[in-house]
Design a protein around this ligand. Structure first.
Ligand code: FEO
Length: 614
């Protein structure tokens, strides 16, 4: 039975998933399977975009037949000739004898190499920028050589602004129900496989991916339909940013990848000691793999992710222990660059692995090899323990250098940072479909490169929990025009029982999809949390700025200004014995404030209360 999916009004997904295949391209383990995506557009003409691997051909042809619903197939656009997408092309031609194949010259050549059917009169050749009109839709073609093979092109549909991106923006993993990336927790469940897919399949071709990204930047894209994995109809900026970083061979994160190849466990022991010492140095992002156990494709993906790599290997047959040698060949073949590398070698009589690993690293571009090579004779002794401690200190110091750019997803304007004051801010967050915000008064810039800030939030606020969970937030910098009712709206009621944003008029959404205030503010910034510290009543968040924009030239409201000019003097209507909150005017009746008391309105603690003068 067919299993087709509607993508838009006239566009259908007609692909299939394979969960039986052990090795994609007969080399990459795919424990979560893989999908082969193909699409059918029903217009005045009918168009199939790519086909599938032969393993899922039966499902594909049932899908194709169902989508066409008795109509003829007029065109098949072939974007990529690798057999996982074109193995069934000949059968398409047999089943739909009038179909025209739309492709470029290199694809046409490969069609004749792979197949034996007669192509005379069947192929419609296209070049960069050519168009194909199918009724209310127009396709145009963008050449993307070496993303992943030399013949690759991508196809852009102008009316619906859909990019059929071939292998680009694909991911390993079968489609288990959801079709769109926004229907799953992509970062949590699929980003590692998207990274492994990209780095292993296309990682070698960074400059060519950069060329495609530049061309794609000139297109207005509403949807990306790749040949593997989920369709993107929102939130693709972050994946595009990852592609930009991966294809420039820039690490995603400051952190240490430790890979060891150990025969009897002594080299592994050194790696474990180093990992522990790094942790004691406060390094949080440490990944560790046994090269004999973990497939190189996973370790390669982690090497693209982290800024620092430690290679620890035993000597074997006067060379590098082969699992490590295989990995090094793989890293080089995939063009890994711009990393800081440290080496640990072991050898019971003639350790040579270190020198040979260093030669491999020297053959890669822009690699910084640390001088502190550690050489073991059979096992770790006191001397090496000290050297490992020293290496951990050196790695930690190197990591703390502000080498990485922020994960910018929008323009970061320097002068937006000048709006910081000891002032008042609306901190906003979004979880699932719920927007929320609260007032905070503690936010500072801590570094300029990268743009990094810190802010503290009272744990009583729901926004606190949302930022902690999602790691994303916006900070709207309030200006002196902000009326008291704005502070009441965001500060004196709780997002646990109030929807503060749905009816709130003065809001916009930034690139991260979160709300910010476009009135009563002079700037906003968006950020991604990179660390947090629990300080009892509050959490201190540290975050990279991902977007920042000046909104007005009004003065930032300082805490002092708020007290002098905005907050009405607390009025106590009746003469009662008790305490009044200096922030919001809440009155607590009683002889003494209970221990650990928090204002139920604005969540400030007892120190913000003053006795009512009767
Ligand atoms: Fe999914 Fe390059 O093929």
């Amino acid at each position: 039975m067919h299993c087709i999916r509607k993508v838009s009004d006239n566009l259908y997904w007609v692909g299939a998933s394979d969960r039986r295949l052990a090795l994609f391209e007969n080399i990459y383990p795919i424990p979560q399977g893989v999908s082969y995506n193909a699409y059918v557009l029903l217009d005045e003409k009918t168009v199939l975009l790519d086909t599938v691997d032969k393993a899922v051909s039966e499902q594909f042809f049932e899908n194709l037949q169902a989508a066409l619903a008795g109509r003829e197939l007029d065109y098949v656009i072939v974007n990529h000739m690798e057999p996982d997408h074109c193995a069934t092309l000949q059968e398409v031609v047999c089943r739909y004898p009038n179909v025209q194949i739309v492709c470029n010259q290199k694809i046409a050549t490969m069609i004749r190499q792979f197949f034996s059917f007669e192509t005379e009169g069947r192929i419609k050749l296209v070049k960069e920028g050519d168009t194909l009109q199918t009724g209310s839709h127009t396709f145009t073609f963008v050449m993307a050589p070496m993303v992943h093979w030399p013949e690759v092109m991508v196809t852009y549909e102008i009316t619906e602004k859909i990019l059929f991106s071939a292998d680009a923006f694909g991911t390993f993993g079968a489609l288990n129900g959801p079709l769109f990336a926004d229907q799953v927790d992509f970062d949590r469940d699929f980003l590692p496989e998207a990274r492994r897919y990209y780095t292993n399949i296309v990682g070698k071709y960074g400059p060519q991916v950069q060329a495609l990204l530049k061309k794609a930047a000139g297109l207005e894209i509403e949807m990306i339909c790749p040949l593997h994995g989920y369709i993107w109809r929102s939130g693709m900026d972050e994946l595009i940013e990852k592609y930009d970083r991966w294809s420039r061979y820039m690490p995603e994160e400051e952190g240490v990848l430790i890979v060891y190849a150990s025969i009897y466990g002594h080299t592994e022991n050194a790696a474990n000691i180093l990992a522990a010492k790094l942790s004691e140095q406060g390094i949080q992002r440490i990944a560790m793999y046994d090269a004999s156990v973990t497939h190189p494709s996973y370790i390669l993906a982690e090497a693209f992710r982290y800024s620092h790599i430690v290679l620890a290997s035993a000597t074997y047959n006067a060379g590098i222990f082969t699992p490590m040698e295989t990995l090094l060949l793989d890293l080089k073949a995939h063009n890994l660059q711009n990393r800081t590398v440290a080496i640990i070698e072991n050898g019971s009589w003639a350790p040579t692995a270190g020198k040979l690993m260093a030669e491999h690293v020297a053959g890669m571009k822009n690699m910084t090899l640390l001088e502190q090579k550690i050489s073991l004779r059979s096992s770790v002794k006191q001397e090496q323990l000290e050297q490992l401690e020293n290496l951990a200190v050196i790695l930690a110091a190197s990591l703390r250098k502000p080498e990485l750019r922020p994960q910018a997803v929008g323009e970061v304007q320097d002068n937006a940072m000048y709006k910081f004051s000891y002032g008042l801010f609306v901190l906003s967050a979004r979880e699932e479909d719920f927007d929320n915000g609260c007032i905070i008064n503690t936010a500072i810039q801590i570094t300029d490169v990268p743009k990094r800030i810190a802010f503290a939030v009272n744990k009583g606020n729901r926004t606190h929990d949302m930022v902690l969970k999602t790691g994303e937030f916006n900070l709207s910098m309030l200006s002196t025009s902000a009326p008291f009712k704005l502070f009441q709206h965001f500060g004196f009621q709780s997002g646990r029982d109030t929807d503060k944003f749905t009816e709130f008029k003065h809001k916009q959404r930034s690139k991260n999809g979160l709300c910010y205030l476009d009135k009563y503010t002079n700037a906003f910034l968006s950020g991604k949390v990179i660390g947090s510290i629990d300080y009892g009543t509050h959490t201190l968040f540290v975050a990279d700025v991902t977007e920042a924009k000046v909104l007005s030239e009004e003065e930032s409201v300082t805490y002092a200004y708020y007290f002098q000019h905005i907050k009405p003097s607390p009025k106590v209507e009746k003469q009662v014995k008790g305490f009044v909150c200096k922030i919001c005017g809440y009155v607590y009746e009683g002889d003494a404030l209970p221990e650990g008391y928090l204002c139920p309105l604005c969540k400030h603690d007892a120190s913000y209360f003053e006795p009512i003068q009767v």
